[in-house]
Design a protein around this ligand. Structure first.
Ligand SMILES: Nc1nc2c(ncn2[C@@H]2O[C@H](COP(=O)(O)OP(=O)(O)OP(=O)(O)O)[C@@H](O)[C@H]2O)c(=O)[nH]1
Ligand SMILES: [Mg+2]
Length: 394
């Protein structure tokens, strides 16, 4: 069948003025009001709303699916075995055909009523990006606590090291952009963490044409914030990634740094046990190995695999599997180093080869087994979906 013929069979394909991509994780309480607010704010425009949910335990996806069944402008991308705000946004953006795309949060902190103005500004001035800002004229941090304001300012200063332009609110998660700009940067995106705007700005190879529209940041309506220590670590990883230009795989770099900390602990402990407590070398070595492996497990749980962090019973089983994996790694390290020395290699080259092999082994096994993505089994509470009375819904 020719392309023309198959084209002719497509009877109607509505033009979309604006796609709004909303990442969600445990936001079921916010969905009904959010949908109603966006529908009201975008009256007169042809829009679509794309939710990207990471299999929220509170079954946010089921609530969204109910809306999507009743209104074809509402769509759901339900990701299983994946986590991450930025990667969810990227997937949502790639799923729409709209030339103009907005990103906003589900918790109603972003003021949806400025979306039409943002779109108009972008179109009129042929810009790449329009950012909803809390730090310029017409904007405010609202009820945001002092500590969070300081944190946001710090993040803003750090972002200046990688961004191509000076914007007043790079920490904003509320912005609207032209698809052609996204296409330019998409292959350079880091894609991890929370700060997709910084990622996009830092990935551009030319100065970005942007404008800012002020708004007052509101308080979260329902649910809880997903911001935690990990978010800060992920932000630093994004910055390092942008500064080093993808040279280092971030998770492996974190694993290696944790490993280096473990090696330091190991050596210090062996010295302490031998020279202060008069232990025999082998006993000191065994004790120090277990302490270092345990320290590494907890640091990796906190930093390296922060997105799959183990808790409760899974933490205990994870620790055992990590011990087993690392014991094999240590064994492989010694065997390889010994056979290299026996075949004439210098001791330090053999040592380095053993360490590399052991580390890659430990990393792979930990990634595959200890911190594998969990399967969700917990049933969510029953759904209570309010009536949806859009005039436009058939
Ligand atoms: N799909 C997906 N969405 C996420 C993930 N983490 C957070 N989100 C969503 O991203 C948006 C922003 O998350 P928030 O927890 O509100 O973070 P924040 O706005 O930076 O922080 P607060 O000011 O404390 O609310 C919300 O809509 C979350 O539901 C994730 O791992 N996957
Ligand atoms: Mg929020």
């Amino acid at each position: 069948m020719s392309f023309e013929a198959s084209n002719a069979e497509i009877a109607y394909c509505p033009r979309i003025d604006l796609a709004v991509v909303i990442p969600t994780y445990n936001e079921r309480g916010n969905i009904p009001e959010l949908v109603a607010r966006i529908e009201e704010a975008l009256t007169g425009l042809d829009w679509e709303l794309i939710f990207v949910d990471d299999d929220s335990p509170d079954e946010t996806a089921e609530v969204i699916r109910e809306y999507a069944c009743r209104d074809c402008r509402i769509r759901l991308i339900h990701r299983i075995g994946r986590r991450g705000l930025s990667s969810a946004c990227i997937e949502g953006i790639l799923a729409t055909t709209s030339n103009y795309v907005a990103i906003m949060d589900a918790d109603m902190q972003h003021d949806e009523t400025i979306l039409p103005r943002m779109l108009e500004t972008l179109r009129q001035d042929s810009l790449d990006l329009v950012i909803g800002t809390r730090n310029a004229e017409g904007g405010s941090m609202g009820q945001f606590g002092q500590a969070r304001v300081m944190l946001s300012r710090m993040g803003q200063k750090i972002s200046n090291t990688v961004c191509q332009c000076r914007i007043s609110d790079p920490m904003s998660g509320f912005f609207l952009f032209n698809r052609s700009f996204f296409n330019e940067v998409v292959r350079q995106l880091h894609g991890g963490g929370f700060k997709i705007l910084v990622d996009m700005l830092a990935s551009s190879e030319r100065p970005v044409r942007f404008a800012e529209v002020g708004y007052t940041f509101r308080s979260r309506k329902h649910g809880t914030s997903k911001l935690d220590v990990n978010t800060g670590v992920e932000y630093l990883f994004l910055i390092i990634d942008k500064l080093t230009g993808f040279l280092i795989p971030i998770r492996f770099a974190a694993f290696s740094l944790v490993g280096a900390a473990g090696a330091a602990t190991h050596l210090a402990l062996v010295a302490l046990l031998m020279f202060h407590f008069q232990w025999h070398f082998m006993s000191a070595q065994v004790a120090a190995t277990f302490v270092a492996m345990t320290e590494n497990f907890f640091l990796n749980n906190l930093i390296t695999w922060r997105d799959r962090s183990l808790r409760g019973l899974r933490m205990v089983t994870g620790l055992f599997s990590f011990w087993v994996a690392c014991s094999f790694g240590a064994w492989a390290n010694v065997v390889v180093a010994r056979s290299l020395v026996q075949s004439g290699a210098r001791w330090y080259m053999a040592g380095i080869a053993g360490i590399i092999l052991g580390s890659v082994w430990n990393y792979s096994i930990a990634n595959l087994f200890t911190w594998q993505m969990p399967k969700r089994a917990r049933p969510a509470p029953p759904l209570e979906i309010p009536a949806y009375d859009s005039e436009l819904v058939p």
